[in-house]
Write a protein that binds this ligand. Structure first.
Ligand code: ADP
Ligand code: MG
Length: 237
């Protein structure tokens, strides 16, 4: 699914966080939102999901306008930094949960959840509880759960920020693999330039609520549009 923002403005009270932003996220790609803390990455992600409503402007998924649809109707999958798993449910039950809410039959729930767990390589931990898993394993469960309902878009907000350096690199490669295998349009938010450049098909650089540049990682590194990007990326200038 392609995502398109047309002149989207977001205000919190009288504070304008995003001022008439426009962009298109290509279908079936992994796109990274990159920028320093407070640059508007999460806000933009919440606007795509419908967790926040645009103050002005329009949002489209392919040709369908979704500006006023709630997150369930938009059908997005969400993955957060803190995993947000249900502690009292097993791995299998966690992954099945959104399907249960959608009234999918028990047999079908189990089939889909098992398939998702195989995809994310957590299929041998189905009866464990979240507290018995490592951070990387918990994030695999969260990704499985987000994919269970075949989301229109997969949205990940700093999904690797709680992991140590070694696991971060391992999970980065896993997310890249899972995205390729499913082909789901994925937004990966990070403040880590190396992470963004290594994982994404396209990187959208944000600063202070403005889109500075959106291009592929090689172009971003070799041909940054301005000094802010060059410094932030660490380009050789
Ligand atoms: P990032 O995810 O890039 O760190 P955010 O999207 O969370 O940035 O925040 C962008 C800006 O919006 C920041 O200046 C932040 O202080 C402001 N902001 C975020 N949420 C709220 C809110 N609920 N009320 C007021 N301002 C907010
Ligand atoms: Mg954020």
């Amino acid at each position: 699914m392609q995502v398109r923002f047309e002149d989207v403005t977001l205000k919190f009270g009288d504070r304008t966080v995003l001022d008439r932003i426009n962009f298109t996220l290509p279908s079936s790609e992994l796109i990274s939102f990159l920028g320093p803390s407070g640059s508007g990455k999460s806000t933009t992600l919440y606007l795509i999901s419908g967790l926040l409503d645009a103050t002005e402007g329009k949002i489209y998924f392919d040709d369908k306008e979704v500006t006023n649809l709630d997150p369930v109707k938009r059908g997005v999958g969400l993955v957060f930094q803190n995993y947000a798993l249900y502690p009292h449910l097993t791995v299998l039950e966690n992954i099945m949960f959104p399907l249960k809410m959608a009234k999918v039959s028990k047999k079908e729930r189990r089939r889909i959840a098992t398939e998702m767990a195989e995809l994310t390589k957590i299929g041998d931990q189905l009866d464990k509880y979240p507290r018995q898993l490592s951070g990387g394993q918990q994030q695999r469960v969260a990704i499985s759960r987000a994919l269970a309902k075949s989301p229109s878009i997969l949205l990940m907000d700093e999904p690797l920020s709680n992991l140590d350096a070694r696991l971060r690199i391992e999970m980065r490669e896993e997310i890249r693999r899972i995205q390729k295998e499913t082909g789901v349009t994925t937004v990966f938010v990070t403040h880590d330039q190396e992470e963004a450049l290594s994982i994404a098909d396209h990187v959208m650089v944000l600063d202070d609520g403005e889109i500075q540049q959106m291009t592929d990682p090689v172009t971003l590194y070799e041909d940054p549009k301005n000094l802010f990007i060059a410094k932030f990326i660490g380009s050789p200038i």
